[in-house]
Design a binder for this molecule. Sequence first.
Ligand SMILES: Nc1nc2c(ncn2[C@@H]2O[C@H](COP(=O)(O)OP(=O)(O)OP(=O)(O)O)[C@@H](O)[C@H]2O)c(=O)[nH]1
Ligand SMILES: [Mg+2]
Length: 302
Amino acid sequence: MKNLNFKSGFVALAGRTNVGKSTLINNILGSKILITSEKAQTTRNRINCIYNDDDSQIIFVDIPGFLKPKNLLTEKLNKLIIKTINDSDVILVLIDVSSGIGSGDFFIFNKIKEINKSVILVANKIDIASKEKIEAEMNKVKNMDLFKEIILISALKDKNFDKLIKAVKKYLPAGPAFYPDDILSDRPIRNIAEDIIREKLILKLEDELPHSVAVEISSFEEGFTKENQKIVRICAIIYIQRKAHKSIIIGKNGALLKEVGIKARTELEEFLGSKVHLELWVKVKEDWTKDIAALKDFGYDY
Ligand SMILES: Nc1nc2c(ncn2[C@@H]2O[C@H](COP(=O)(O)OP(=O)(O)OP(=O)(O)O)[C@@H](O)[C@H]2O)c(=O)[nH]1
Ligand SMILES: [Mg+2]
């Protein structure tokens, strides 16, 4: 029977880089569909992640964190953020209470003010912030009329998700589900695989390097081993923008690339539910973060 009280809509997650947007979505859905890291600019796409319960379908839209524009890539990513929040029904603005609310957060609040939507402030990382710190941070925002609600959570420790879902539902429009109820994300498997490899890579890299790698799967073939076991053979290319970075990515005697390969393969096997053979290549694409054709190739031109 049709449920006339059913609600459904798109909920964008805005916020600085590293505040825990992707971690929150993964843990609400109970499945690692998004990559996360303590480095900036981990998320580089807009990704719909689908939460279902008896009376709603909430499509959480993960997006990159707002970045200081410094090349074409960051400009494109910022554009994607604005477009996504404009297209959403509800906006969750995440802040990190442990590091505190700063000018980067206020910049985002001001951007969102220009858009007429229901906005919920989600104060994350309460597991590593003292009561006093949380109170001090909340004092900075409690008189702002931008937020319909303020919810304190820990994305990592699954704290207060019920309160958050309840708050989101209040502002979600009535209407039928957009997606079938048995899918978690609308992302092609290849993209997820590319991100899994990029995550393992950025976790090992320092400074600016994580921001200048891109991963592209050049072949993805399903087959069977001699023992008749399912196997996926994946060949991926890691693009860097300077020749000088090649030796860093490969590591001494190939050690770094090997470690990344093993970690990525293990997670890909879990994700794909089959054996995986993974081959990684490193190629230089000079200044690709400033090159429109390269951005298009990597799927970063929106
Ligand atoms: N202690 C603690 N750490 C958290 C929490 N939520 C996220 N983190 C950590 O914060 C880091 C950043 O998390 P992400 O989910 O990648 O952050 P993001 O906002 O998606 O970052 P971008 O994709 O770069 O915009 C990771 O190391 C997470 O483990 C939390 O509730 N508590
Ligand atoms: Mg992210």
